[in-house]
Write a protein that binds this ligand. Structure first.
Ligand code: SF4
Length: 144
């Protein structure tokens, strides 16, 4: 049985009576780091949308809908999996900006163990190349 990471932390702390093995400590550290990444993406999207846009412009590749970014720390309740194919139930409606713009940089790729098909080559973004991020709220103005 797969234990969601959040439950893993609670179970680990409860079962070890405060003492943790090195492996468990590393696991908890990894979860904490991924939570930090989630908060970082959320805040960047909320307060620094132009920086997010700049990061998105630097990346290359396409999403292959593996769903790895939807399962960071906890599996998203809106994620539907059909074997290796995944689908987001709110893809065209209320999908948060942090999901729409994943990954923002190399650190985000680390959060999904480099499973993501996007990459960040070490070069300046091509002139005029732009990957648009669909706004979270759809209005008549930004519908496209
Ligand atoms: S991890 Fe990357 S490739 Fe996989 S669903 Fe997320 S954005 Fe797409």
């Amino acid at each position: 049985m797969v234990i969601p990471e959040g439950q893993f932390v609670l179970k680990t702390v409860k079962n070890t009576g405060g003492k943790m093995s090195a492996n468990r400590f590393l696991r908890v550290f990894q979860i904490a780091s991924r939570l930090k990444g989630k908060v970082r993406r959320f805040l960047l999207c909320l307060f620094f949308p132009s920086r997010v846009q700049e990061s998105v412009r630097k990346r290359e590749g396409e999403c292959d809908q593996c769903g790895a970014c939807c399962k960071i720390v906890l599996s998203c309740p809106f994620l539907v999996e059909y074997g290796s194919h995944t689908e987001c139930r709110i893809y065209n409606t209320f999908r948060p900006m942090a999901c729409r713009s994943f990954p923002l940089d190399q650190r985000d790729l680390d959060d999904v163990n480099r499973q993501c098909t996007y990459s960040f080559p070490n070069k300046n973004p091509a002139e005029g190349r732009e990957q648009l991020i669909v706004p979270v709220w759809r209005t008549g103005k930004n519908e496209g």
